[in-house]
Write a protein that binds this ligand. Structure first.
Ligand code: FAD
Length: 364
């Protein structure tokens, strides 16, 4: 370990948590006695292999030594040894949500230079920074996606208030509005915004119009067919209501009952979008209401004796930050570095329960 750049002190930064180096694995998962490596051919017919799973900062001669301990690699040569570098990055807090640098108007940053790691993270920021640079030149209003509109909104909102000690990666779990941000409705959420900005291609517009038409036709067809089962008090009126059933029979069964639906030639993914829309409608409207109650929530008081250890589902990092700092309002809690908006959602539910329980106790 004293020969690795990462552990000998030559490099101070932490590597990306989600692709640890071999030496990191040896230290952090010391109880394991084996490690999988994938040998990926660089090209069809090539005898050059990329050894996936052994990122390392060990000296080249040590790398050759351990690579040759693998069965089948006894005579391998290394064409490009592994290495570790430290990237510098701008402090993401110095960026506006448009990714313009606060200290110099007209200068935009995007990608790994902002403290992220990942292809999608870089591409998403490139889109927003590029768009805003173009809008600024045209003296048009800035374009910022909100957290409930897109994962890009979550990524940039997280980033511009963060002080990253390790590269930021986007996870779906970072988003508190996951029911609104489904992948199957991404085009429905975002194409209208692209059209407003005039950056949607003719082909995309055509595909979008077709999809909207198909969804409306499918919905109409389902609404006009009777609900097939007689379930007392279910409130179900049409076939559309079947999607709400916990034991939804599935589309093949529905198409068997109503072959004319198949004749509409609507892709299965559109039927599935309707199914998800109907099934989650109640939860989605609650999330929408949660988004709209933002200011009210900011002011919500947290009692001094509130017990964070009783909050189920709160991440350990958030629990320890909150217990240490004891914020007095949800607004304060939300501005703490270790507390994510998803944690706030969980905290709000726990607080409402706590208030209810305290009130009941007082009434007794
Ligand atoms: C080995 C490795 C494996 C990875 N695997 C994955 C993975 O599986 N999945 C994933 O999502 N991410 C992965 N990543 C991370 C991902 O590759 C990067 O985070 C992402 O590509 C960064 O994109 P970027 O556009 O910000 O920067 P870059 O892709 O680094 O682009 C910056 C560009 O700027 C150019 N440049 C630099 N200086 C100058 C200059 N002065 N003038 C002109 N041009 C300049 C560089 O040549 C480069 O082309 C991996 C990274 C590495 C190193």
């Amino acid at each position: 370990l004293d020969k690795t750049a990462m552990y000998s002190g030559k490099i101070e930064g932490k590597g990306p948590r989600y692709c640890p180096s071999l030496e990191d694995k040896a230290v952090r998962f010391a109880d394991r006695d084996e490690h999988t490596i994938f040998l990926e051919p660089e090209a069809v017919g090539s005898n050059i292999l990329y050894a996936n799973g052994i990122s390392t900062s060990l000296p080249a001669e040590v790398q050759l030594e351990f690579v040759r301990t693998c069965i089948g690699l006894e005579n391998a040569e290394i064409l490009q040894a592994g290495y570790a570098v430290e990237y510098t990055h701008v402090a993401p807090r110095s960026l506006l949500p448009t990714l313009e640098y606060r200290g110099a108007s007209g200068l935009y940053f995007a990608g790994q230079i902002c403290g992220t790691s990942g292809y999608e993270e870089a591409a998403a920021q490139g889109l927003i920074a590029g768009l805003n640079a173009a809008l600024a030149i045209q003296q048009q209003p800035a374009f910022v996606l909100q957290r409930h509109q897109a994962y890009i909104g979550v990524l940039i909102d997280d980033l511009v208030v963060s002080d990253p000690s390790e590269p930021y990666r986007m996870f779906t779990s970072r988003a508190e509005h996951r029911l609104l941000l489904r992948q199957d409705n991404a085009d429905l959420r975002l194409t209208p915004l692209a059209q407003q900005l005039d950056i949607s291609s003719e082909l995309r517009d055509k595909i979008f119009a077709q999809r909207q038409h198909d969804l409306a036709t499918a919905r109409q067809a389902l609404s006009s067919k009777p609900y097939p089962l007689q379930v007392a008090n279910s409130g179900a009126r049409s076939l559309l209501d079947m999607c709400k059933q916990p034991k939804f029979v599935g589309w093949p069964a529905i198409f068997e009952m109503h072959p004319d639906l198949l004749e509409l030639n609507i892709p299965l993914r559109d039927w599935q979008t309707i199914e998800a829309d109907v099934l989650y409608a109640g939860y989605a409207s609650r999330q929408q209401a949660w988004v709209e109650r933002g200011a009210e929530r900011e002011a919500m008081q947290i009692p001094a004796d509130f017990d964070y250890s009783s909050v189920q589902g709160l991440r350990a990092e958030a629990r320890s930050c909150l217990t240490e700092s004891l914020p007095t309002t949800m607004g304060q809690a939300g501005r703490m570095a270790g507390v994510t908006p998803a944690d706030l959602g969980i905290l709000e539910i726990a607080l409402v329960r706590w208030q209810r329980a305290s009130k009941n106790l007082a009434d007794v």
